[in-house]
Design a binder for this molecule. Sequence first.
Ligand code: C2E
Ligand code: MG
Ligand code: MG
Length: 661
Amino acid sequence: MRQVEAREWWLWGFAVTVTLVLTAGIVALTFPENHLLQNSELRDLREWVRGLAFLVLLFDIYTVYQQLQLQRMRRELTQRNQLFEVITENAADMIAVVDCAGNRIYNSPAYQKVLGYSSEELKVTSSTEQIHPQDRQRVVEAAEKARITGRGERLEYRMRHKDGTWRIVESVATAIHNSEGVTESLVIVNRDITERRQAEETLAHHTLHDALTNLPNRTLFLDRVRHALALSQRHVNYKFAVLFIDLDEFKIFNDSLGHAAGDALLKQIASRLIACIRGIDMISRPGRTEDASTFVSLARLGGDEFIILLEEIRDCGDAIRVAERIQERLGIPFVVQGQEVVTTASIGIAFCATSYINPEDLVRDAEIGMYRAKREGKARSQVFDAEMHNVAVKRLRLETELRRALELGEFRVHYQPIVSLQSGKIVGFEALSRWQRPEGLLSPAHFIQIAEETGIILPMNRLLLREACSQLRAWHSEFPYDPPLTMSVNITPKEFAQPDLAEQIGSILVEVGIHPSCINVEITETVAMADPQRSSLVLSELKALGVHISIDDFGTGYSSLSRLQGFPVDTLKIDRTFISQIDTNRETSEIVRIIIKLAHNLGLKVVAEGAETEEQVSLLRQLKCELVQGYFFARPGDHAAAHALLSKEGAEALSFQTAAT
Ligand code: C2E
Ligand code: MG
Ligand code: MG
């Protein structure tokens, strides 16, 4: 269009000149008497005029053509304008045109939809007024760059909505140039990406936070510890600690009240820990007033495990004080589903040391400290130290070796006889594990606990039960006693927690072909009392199977006989610690007497464990204890030793019979 217009100017100039010359020629030809022209000259002039008239005709034709072209272009322009309007008026993106001074020339209606401002309202404000003050400089610089280069970079910044909130927009600017190539204005296309950003942030939040409590998760926590480690390497005075918190008995609570109640409790614990760490600043650094959250981070690692990073502390004492404070706060009862719940926690503390390189190591050591706290009786805290590290390494090695032992079949069953005090005869055996190692036979004290904690106990004791039952069946056919010989097996807490325990035992008994009434299942009173409701259920299932039930190590727990009353128990095994003092300590012998009496009142039989001397045995006989198990009669031995005992007993009975006849 500009080209056509430029061409038009010189064409018009040329036309005017030609027309003037032509007019002069026509005048000269029209009035020849006024001129002093010769005839021949008049003839030439006529030729010129004719030529010029032809030129004018050509020009007129060209002008008509030009005019048609212009009209077409104008029509096209109008159409394009209409199209632009339709696009900009209906576009979801906010389209703005601003001049070089930053004044608004045009704002599309989307501004009203997205930011709430009408175009009248926008007209009276500067184009940068709605931009977040922190982003403004960046936007102005980008616009300047777009003016110079012609096209700006994609930019993200915040714009204020009329209601005062901030929207995130993504924008691209394009420069509009005049005929000299100078930038006249900028067309800016802004897209509202607030929802998209929020969705992305929510997603990022999810990957770094625990869904139940909304606390940071392990990944985020480890990141913070990594940061703390880096700081401590740069500044010698910067000290921090990691506190690993594990609730005591949460599993029991969860299993008995259900997962919904468990979740509700965890949420309450999280809130209480948050409230608790708000005040921690004051405990660890009295007199400081800064916001505590700068120094304390709380996270949930999953299950009932929480973890705290305590920064800028003076020494380990600060961390211990914080742990005490947490325990104090958690000790206040919670109310879950209308029920009052009391919980305690075991806390392990790892204090920063120069030897740490990985954040995972600190968390691991805090966890080891927590396990130590649990083993020492729960509801306490333990600071991790080098000794604990050595123990942990040893345990880890033992765990690996235990797994190998299971694969290689290094576990043996030893049998210790249980003797009737009335007849003096063996009534059955207790099956006890031994680990056959190159250096000798290991007793359960060295491995049962780790096997329990790692779950290795489950396959291990299944093997033991199968072997002990096969052995019993062999003895049954060789030594047909009446009643038949029994076999006692021990059940650990982990086994007891198996929902299908009765089923598992039942299927082994069927497989081997042993009548359930020949089996004594021993559980300690501590295990039975940990969750009386559940115990009652599991014991009833076992009872329904037909096996007998013994309470092992009686007297070492906190239960009383009356509390055991509700359980379908057959036998009570009085712990060795009582029996070993029965002949030397009057008080102990009195306790044993009362236990035996009460047990008989409840219809229970009594086994005295660990009788080592003749005095102890005769005292037990006087107290009407039915059964005894102890070194006095026999130490636990392998199947050959047990077989020898049975054979000897048979031979004695035979010689007694022969002597009698
Ligand atoms: P427990 O069930 O109370 O077994 C009796 C323990 O007392 C056995 O120790 C036995 O050797 C010991 N004992 C028996 N008579 C005497 C005595 O006169 N004097 C002394 N000083 N000790 C005596 P052991 O075999 O070392 O087993 C210790 C514990 O390990 C057992 O206590 C039982 O709770 C557990 N345990 C052993 N084997 C197994 C097993 O295969 N599975 C499970 N779950 N636990 C086992
Ligand atoms: Mg036992
Ligand atoms: Mg025992």
